[in-house]
Design a protein around this ligand. Sequence first.
Ligand SMILES: CC(C)(COP(=O)(O)OP(=O)(O)OC[C@H]1O[C@@H](n2cnc3c(N)ncnc32)[C@H](O)[C@@H]1OP(=O)(O)O)[C@@H](O)C(=O)NCCC(=O)NCCS
Length: 179
Amino acid sequence: MATAEQRPHLNIRPARGDDAPALRDIFNDAVEEGFATFDSSLRSIEEQKRLIAMAEEDSRRPLFVAELRNYVCGLVSVESHEERVHGGEIGEVKVFVRRSFRSYGIGRQLLLVAQTEAAKLGYRKLIGRVLSDNEESLRLCKITGWRVVGIHEQHARHGNRLRDVTVVEYLLPAVPKVE
Ligand SMILES: CC(C)(COP(=O)(O)OP(=O)(O)OC[C@H]1O[C@@H](n2cnc3c(N)ncnc32)[C@H](O)[C@@H]1OP(=O)(O)O)[C@@H](O)C(=O)NCCC(=O)NCCS
């Protein structure tokens, strides 16, 4: 059995332009499985590149990838939620792990990085919107200290199906500003 020292190290870093094919595939897997809360259409490489470029240009919408031995196996993003209403204080998190890499703790580590980075960026709260039958995602939220706020009934349209969406939230600790 591999010892802790021999186990491959999970590297979590900001996404780069050349991650686009991997991130597109990971996202599209979730769409095909019906796990992407408000997306039921597949993402193109161009769209994925645009999202990475937006994250590179705007430090308040970070996009991180997780890689194991240089193989990209997950992503997490934070973006401002209803900015006009909340003045950029509340972020929305989305997390995806490549199908064959799930249940190994990668989602948990990505979520922890998103929480830490969002606190540094001055967000005071994070929210997530998860399909109510997405048990893995709700379990991940539970073990990382997120709270279930409630359920929007028949909220996300997937073709001719209307699905319930569970809203979860996580209050971030205030990070003192370095002068
Ligand atoms: C939700 C998701 C990101 C979780 O990522 P993951 O890497 O599999 O999660 P982890 O391995 O960190 O698991 C976290 C916890 O969830 C639970 N869990 C995850 N997968 C599980 C499974 N298949 N069976 C039972 N429990 C599971 C475990 O309790 C685990 O806790 P533990 O570490 O104490 O065992 C992943 O399943 C995924 O990408 N799903 C499709 C996309 C999606 O639904 N994204 C969220 C919508 S924004």
